[in-house]
Design a protein around this ligand. Structure first.
Ligand SMILES: Cc1ncc(C[n+]2csc(CCOP(=O)(O)OP(=O)(O)O)c2C)c(N)n1
Ligand SMILES: [Mg+2]
Length: 579
């Protein structure tokens, strides 16, 4: 933020102001804020800190809490830099709770804070003034997000700011990473804070775990000796280095990789070992399965493993200890940050012998399989070029636009997906090119997460693709306002089928021959009449188009990309999708 001329001599900052400098010292660039009447010491303190020329993070005003938390989520995904979020008491926190559940599920570190309504009724600076002081008091405010937090506490005394923030930061960044929560009572925020430690980075280092070398060696032996191996990877490779290395490694050893329900890309979609999503047949014959950071690597009710199959689980929390029931086999576990652990496993594979002939035979078999499946995906997507069109057709066109842009200018793209563009027809190639909603599925995440990602990577093209239901969950007026305020030229694709299609499909999935499967109108799923979403976006001066015919989509995408890159203006395409 802009700093006014320093005022001398500096006054001790209140805890409300001191927090900001501390956040910056911890390496936090932004505080995503939705403020309230408990914020006077925070806002007053922020200005005072500016007057004292304290180095501060950029405060970002976000008019809904779900958007604020999800922006921090997207920012971290793109940059690897944890951010902070500051909300208003219990009511602001409950609006942000779904975002915290999503962040926790996706292992996204962040410092989540909300004010606590004054506990005192009089005779103390900061005490209650208006009826909400009583109305917003809770016995256990933290309970709203405790299950989504790795650690939580309340700031009890102003001199705790530095130490507690160090601890919060170090725990959030420890393996497995995740949100931490601190509540901030108004009276404490009003008190002067001793300066010690406020301008220093954390005195505590995060705990980064790594698998023991002997377990890595065992895993490498298993994988090298496998006749029918399978890798399942849902949450990406963690780092660019691991993304590149995995690609070469699975070619070298002819290891098929399934991206079943993936919410990040682990392997380029045109890679010969990339078997897509439908892995049941390979899984049933597998003798060794390597599960890379996958919460739900297969559908246990549909597919069973061979009794002698060995499963290796790799990732920041291989047993997903925060999930109450998850009984996937784990004969060997490789705990650690995904990127370095993949690299360590690849190094360990230099040890065992290779069955060269077997590997070559497998390579040919898997390559034939994936060549055929890519052709099938493409022709199915092409068949969706109708009016209204299929989501697969939108993915195919978007993928082509993204590759054309990269070829012409070198510009990279990222696609956010929330019931939006399906992964496989996109044909994406790059690390960080794809993010789907976390497996917690708290909708309303995609649009604001894309805004956060665009903030972190202004040089990228960022597409927020989502269903019409998901778009409405995202508080679209809020997201468009933020996009305009922060000059974020995100391209929004609303895949509009005028319904909650996923809910309808879930009914006919469970009751295949049931009444809903045969009904024309399924109760509790219609979103008709569909609002004219272009006008919601135009209210914040977005460039918009409605696309009803599949054949018109490629040109509309070209125009969208031109507006976003040349005018740096947000775009919304309202795309008619068949039911
Ligand atoms: C916050 C939240 N509320 C409700 C749901 C339940 N839910 C899951 S999918 C879905 C429908 C999504 O509709 P849309 O975005 O239009 O995608 P479509 O399936 O129609 O393509 C709903 C309501 C959820 N996941 N999250
Ligand atoms: Mg829909």
């Amino acid at each position: 933020m802009a700093k006014d001329a320093p005022v001398h001599p500096p006054q001790a900052l209140s805890a409300g102001g001191a927090m900001f400098g501390k956040l910056k010292a911890l390496g936090i660039d932004h505080v995503f804020v939705n403020s309230g009447t408990d914020f006077p010491p925070i806002i007053e303190g922020l200005i005072a800190a500016g007057h004292q020329a304290v180095d501060l993070p950029t405060p970002v005003t976000v008019p809904h809490e779900m958007a604020a938390v999800s922006m921090a989520h997207g920012y971290y995904q793109m940059s690897g830099r944890p951010q902070s979020v500051m909300l208003h008491t219990n009511v602001g926190l409950s609006n942000g709770a779904t975002g915290a559940i999503n962040a926790s599920c996706d292992h996204i570190p962040m410092l989540l804070m909300s004010g606590r309504t004054p506990v005192t009724e009089q005779d103390r600076f900061g005490a209650r003034t208006v009826p909400i002081g009583w109305g917003q008091e809770m016995f256990d405010q933290t309970a709203l997000v405790r299950e989504a937090s790795k650690w939580d506490y309340e700031l009890r005394f102003p001199e705790q700011v530095s130490g507690l923030f160090d601890r919060a930061w170090a725990i959030a960044n420890s393996t497995p990473k995740g949100p931490v929560y601190l509540s901030l009572p108004r009276e404490v925020l009003c008190e002067p804070t001793p300066p010690e430690g406020l301008d220093a980075p954390s005195t505590m280092a995060p705990v980064i775990t790594a698998p023991p070398p002997e377990v890595l060696a065992q895993a490498a032996e298993l994988l090298a000796g496998a006749k029918s191996p399978l890798i399942i990877s849902q949450r990406g490779t963690g780092t660019q280095a691991a993304f590149d290395a995995l690609s070469g490694f699975v070619t070298d050893w002819a290891l098929p990789v399934s991206q079943y329900w993936a919410n990040q890309l682990s392997l380029p979609l045109d890679h010969p070992m990339q078997v897509g999503w439908d892995h049941d047949a390979l899984l049933e014959e597998a003798d060794v399965v390597l599960v890379i950071n996958s919460l739900a690597p297969w559908w246990p009710d549909r597919v069973s493993l061979r009794p002698d199959c060995k499963v290796i689980q790799l990732g920041p929390d291989p047993l997903f200890s925060r999930t109450p029931v998850r009984n996937f086999r784990a004969d060997l576990v490789l705990p650690g940050e995904t990127g370095p652990t993949i690299l360590a496993l690849i190094s360990a594979m230099a040890g065992p012998d290779r069955q060269a002939e077997e590997i070559e035979a497998r390579r040919q078999r898997i390559t034939a399989l994936t060549t055929a499946s890519r052709a099938a995906i493409r022709s199915r997507a092409e068949a969706g070029n109708r009016g209204p069109m299929t989501k697969d057709w939108v993915s195919l066109c978007l993928g082509e636009a993204i590759r054309a842009r990269k070829a012409a200018t070198g510009q990279l793209s990222t696609v956010y997906h929330e019931l939006g563009c399906p992964l496989l027809p996109l044909g994406l190639e790059d690390h960080l090119s794809y993010f789907q909603e976390p497996h917690s599925g708290g909708l309303g995440w995609g649009f604001p997460a894309a805004l956060g990602a665009q903030m972190a990577a202004p040089e990228r093209l960022v597409f927020a693709t989502m269903g019409d239901g998901s778009y409405m969950f995202a508080n679209p007026t809020v997201c468009h306002q933020v996009a305009e305020a922060l000059d974020l030229p995100v391209i929004v694709l609303v895949l509009n089928n005028e319904e909650w299609g996923a809910v309808r499909q879930s009914v006919s999935g469970l009751y295949a021959d049931g009444l809903a499967a045969k009904a024309n109108e399924v109760p509790l799923t219609s979103l008709k009449p569909s609002p004219d979403f272009t006008r919601t976006a135009e209210a914040s001066r977005a460039y918009t188009e409605s696309v009803t015919q599949g054949a018109d989509l490629p040109a509309a995408l070209d125009r969208a990309i031109r507006v976003a890159t040349e005018e740096r203006r947000q775009v919304l395409l309202n795309i008619a999708i068949e039911r």
